[in-house]
Ligand binder design. Structure first.
Ligand SMILES: *Cc1c(COP(=O)(O)O)cnc(C)c1O
Length: 434
């Protein structure tokens, strides 16, 4: 099966080529050329998530070098559950995507990409170096997924003093083939350094560089699995389709849900819950896209003013009107996020992470007829313990830490501090290559 660039209908690539390249030539993003019905048909309600993932993803790798490895890759990536927890009677559920090694949904995509790239790199002459700039969540998931993968090294850049202590621990606790850099600068400096490194001939001469960026097809497509699996299972039980509310920033998770529905999964409404970064809700309301700088919020992993995957959604729904028929979007500010964390802790005894709280607030704001007329699922994107500095003062108690995070917190932290210059980054990369 082939994937096509959002910017050039002539530019096509197979599954492994799309994964290895990340971005298509000309800066486009890879999207499926076809929507094989076999993907959702292969998802059987009683199977394990890993079996469902292998079946769902198989048509996309058909005829590809990775085809035979697909069951093993799916087993590695989907080795933790995505349970659906019923809430408030049978008409609402919480899809918990935070049972992986770094307690956020990004573990699914990062682990899939790592398992796939490790196989594609077998026998390569030189190591693959993955450079990631992170403002918190992504770097941890990528570092964890690639930790100790043979033939691959990871360099994580984060802005010194600008991530929470809990996030910093997740970025710096790895060692081995993962090198963490505290950059004396901002997140934008980290991103600029990674971009400059890719353009620097002396560095690409030294090793193969890659980004494991969230726009990589190998991180996005596997995320469709839990939407297909959840909707197929609920549909088998109730005969009705499922509607999802998704905490959204760069729109990767939302695009994965749209793709699952496009492939035939029994999904009805898709609602995007954004924080105070209103680019998408305003686009749908006003009909014009206004890209802007991001503003910092409590739900920091969604602080995005220019969502990359809007380009993928636009490939299916070219204007605001068409997109608005396919999904809706709301903006939830920090005051409402805090109030929702408090209120739902009182009401259900549950503690949301700030991102999941935006989805819970979006559900609470639905018109009663719409809320009661559908089977809603809130997508819980991270465990609250990852954001304990924010959540604990709101609920007035300690957040219980899951075993997976406990393990990370126990590891020793190690990182190198560098100036926000390409020379400082080069020195680190060259040392690692020696
Ligand atoms: C990355 C992230 C999001 C946003 O997901 P996108 O795919 O970028 O829209 C939401 N919540 C958490 C916890 C995240 O880490």
């Amino acid at each position: 099966m082939q994937f096509v660039s959002t910017r050039d209908a002539q530019h096509r690539a197979g599954f492994s080529a799309a994964l290895s390249r990340g971005l298509a030539a000309g800066g486009g993003l890879y999207v499926p050329l076809e929507w094989p019905g076999a993907a959702v048909a292969a998802v059987r309600p009683g199977d394990t998530l890993a079996q469902q993932a292998a079946g769902f993803l198989a048509p996309f790798a058909s005829g590809d070098p990775l085809q035979a490895d697909m069951p093993a890759i799916a087993a590695e990536a989907f080795n933790f559950p995505a349970p659906l927890v019923p809430l408030d009677g049978a008409r609402l559920g919480v899809l918990e995507l935070f049972h992986g090694p770094t307690a956020a949904f990004k573990d699914f995509g990062a682990r899939f990409l790592a398992a796939a790239l490790a196989r594609l790199r077998r026998g390569a002459a030189r190591p693959l170096k993955i450079l990631v700039a992170t403002s918190g969540d992504t770097g941890g998931a990528v570092a964890a997924a690639f930790h100790r993968q043979p033939g691959i090294e990871v360099v994580v850049l984060f802005p010194k003093g600008k991530v929470s202590p809990t996030q910093q621990q997740q970025l710096t606790c790895w060692g081995d083939n993962v090198h963490s850099l505290a950059v004396r600068g901002t997140f934008d400096d980290c991103q600029r350094l990674v971009k400059q490194a890719f353009l620097e001939p002396s560095l690409s001469a030294l090793s193969d560089l890659s980004s494991a960026n969230s726009i990589n097809l190998g991180r996005l497509l596997p995320q469709s699995v839990y939407y297909a699996a959840t909707s197929v299972r609920l549909h088998a039980q109730s005969g009705a389709p499922v509607s999802f509310i998704i905490p959204s920033g760069n729109l990767g998770n939302a695009t994965a849900c749209v793709w699952a529905r496009r492939l035939g999964a029994p999904i009805e409404e898709i609602v995007l819950a954004h924080n105070a970064n209103r680019t998408v809700p305003d686009y749908l309301a006003e009909g014009v896209l206004r890209i802007r700088a991001s503003v910092p919020t409590l739900a920091s992993a969604m602080d995005v003013g220019n969502p990359s995957n809007l380009e993928r959604l636009s490939a299916l729904y070219p204007d605001a009107k068409a997109l608005g028929l396919a999904l809706s979007a709301v903006s939830v500010d920090d005051g409402a996020i805090s109030a929702r964390i408090r209120a739902d802790h009182d009401r259900y005894g549950l503690i949301w992470c700030p991102h999941t709280a935006a989805a819970a607030e979006a559900w609470a704001q639905l018109q009663p007829a719409r809320r009661e007329g559908r089977h809603w699922v809130l997508v819980a994107t991270a465990h609250p313990a990852k954001f304990r500095e924010i959540v604990e003062p709101l609920v007035g108690q300690k957040v219980p830490v899951p075993e997976s995070l406990e393990r990370l917190f126990r590891r020793a932290s190690q990182y190198t501090e560098i100036d926000a210059t390409l020379d400082s980054l080069r020195a680190v990369i060259e040392r690692r290559a020696a």
